[in-house]
Design a protein around this ligand. Sequence first.
Ligand SMILES: NC(=O)C1=CN([C@@H]2O[C@H](COP(=O)(O)OP(=O)(O)OC[C@H]3O[C@@H](n4cnc5c(N)ncnc54)[C@H](O)[C@@H]3O)[C@@H](O)[C@H]2O)[C@@H](O)CC1
Ligand SMILES: Nc1ncnc2c1ncn2[C@@H]1O[C@H](COP(=O)(O)OP(=O)(O)O)[C@@H](O)[C@H]1O
Ligand SMILES: [K+]
Length: 517
Amino acid sequence: MYIAGQKEMQQMDHYTINNLGLPGSVLMENAGAKVVDEIKHESPKQSKILVLAGSGNNGGDGFVVARRLFDLGYDVLLCLMVNPDRIKGDAKIHFDVYVNRKLPLLYFSETSIDTLTYKIKQADVIVDAILGTGLHGPVRKPLNEVISSVNECADDKMIVAVDIPSGVSGDTGKVEGEAIKAKKTITFVCPKKGFFLNQGPEYIGDWKAVDISVPISNAEKLELDLPSVITKELVKDSIPARPANGHKGTFGHVLVIGGSSSFIGAPIFTAKAALHSGAGLVTLAIPESIYPIVASQNPESLLMPLPDDHGYINQSAIDRLSNQLETFDTIAIGPGMGRIPNGEQWMASFIRKLDNQQLVVDADALFLLRHHLDNMGNLKGNVVLTPHPGEMARLLNTNVQEVEESRLDIAATFAPKYNLYLLLKGHRSIISTPENEIWINPYGHDALSKGGSGDVLTGLVASLLAQESKPQNALIAATYLHAKAGETQAEKWSRHGVTPWELITGIKEEINRISGD
Ligand SMILES: NC(=O)C1=CN([C@@H]2O[C@H](COP(=O)(O)OP(=O)(O)OC[C@H]3O[C@@H](n4cnc5c(N)ncnc54)[C@H](O)[C@@H]3O)[C@@H](O)[C@H]2O)[C@@H](O)CC1
Ligand SMILES: Nc1ncnc2c1ncn2[C@@H]1O[C@H](COP(=O)(O)OP(=O)(O)O)[C@@H](O)[C@H]1O
Ligand SMILES: [K+]
């Protein structure tokens, strides 16, 4: 499913109206009807419904919603937020129908914020059709006061946003002033970029994209380069097939290089996640001083103790590794490795030893590799980087805030520039490829915010790569399975209680669920 910004939505709407010949007022009727379908499923007939409508096309959708709800027998009141002479075009058609039918209507210009607040308090359902993708800048007075009044009364109400919560930018997800905190957002054609960026995720609630007869194929006709959202169907097609007559060699050999005296658990989580998601063999290369602990925790992996100094892998480990590198299909490097002394030099030597192995680079290996990015794209095997925003900031020599504000642009630029695959982690992780394809993961929450969670993800990515998934498929499936595991394990153990162990269990349960569907 594609994700569009404000301009691209406009282009797709206009193409439908001007090239396909479907009038905008029909699209608006469809849009309103679809919102009503959602509301009627969740709201008993006696619900009091207040529809707040602005002057643009989003308000136009609101007029349709109010009329259709009235016809279904709901106790509905439409409140027009602006002077009626500002309503134009398709919205005017539907406003006139509403007025001609003499349906319940309150003009905000003829009342006070106190009266409106009273109406807001009385309602069970509030439909936000104040502003849609036409928002520019912070919501101005007095609409900002209305929005803040809705949010103050929101606790026991269903707040349904039409297309996007008013005040949230469809392009960036930024909220510069007030914005509606929706419980549900019914969005048209496809989700908007802002749902997954900046503050957007905090405002949209549960979202659903509905068809309004704007064909999604318009995106291809218009040659729009749109990111996609990860869906269960996409993941189903991305899980590697397992021939019943396969053997451990069929399912790939993952090498995990990591660990140091301070971070013993990280490479263990990575190795376990790889094994529990189907890799045929996993070898764990760790500093020899932590070998006994790792060995006792991890009997199912092969172990490769590496020479170390003060608990960090040392330079001579390169020789030990290089004799055996050809055994491995995929190498995950970094979890718990720490900033090894002379680490940059270590990394440069390591990269020179690689042949066609695929490489997943995480944690401090990202830091140690930051000056070698130009070389990464020339490696024979696929290269995947999995930075969290802090690590991304270090790769770009900037700060976390800048990364978070421009996640989508950064992902879109970085992967093609260095000819590698990027998984920019965080709330709503972004995957980008050398060909500039982009996917956003809409799943996962704070149950994943615990040390070791990223190490599990690295193991999962490496495992799927070793099982011969294409890199983009491995990343799509891994990000989804990891995030879904966080969600389903949180239902059992609370969001507070999920640890990397539960995530690993959750991942295999999720693979089972998705393969069985
Ligand atoms: N034919 C179409 O193009 C369709 C559009 N649709 C709806 O149309 C919406 C987009 O419509 P529009 O482009 O008319 O835009 P909006 O309805 O989002 O808003 C435009 C109006 O809001 C005002 N405004 C913008 N920023 C403001 C701010 N910061 N504070 C106060 N007022 C502000 C503008 O002055 C303008 O009057 C979509 O979100 C969707 O709901 C749907 O009806 C489907 C069909
Ligand atoms: N609030 C959240 N919502 C969604 N995903 C999250 C959230 N917090 C953390 N995650 C995910 O958890 C993982 C954490 O990775 P990372 O920060 O590298 O942790 P660590 O290095 O401790 O293993 C990432 O995949 C990230 O996307
Ligand atoms: K809205």
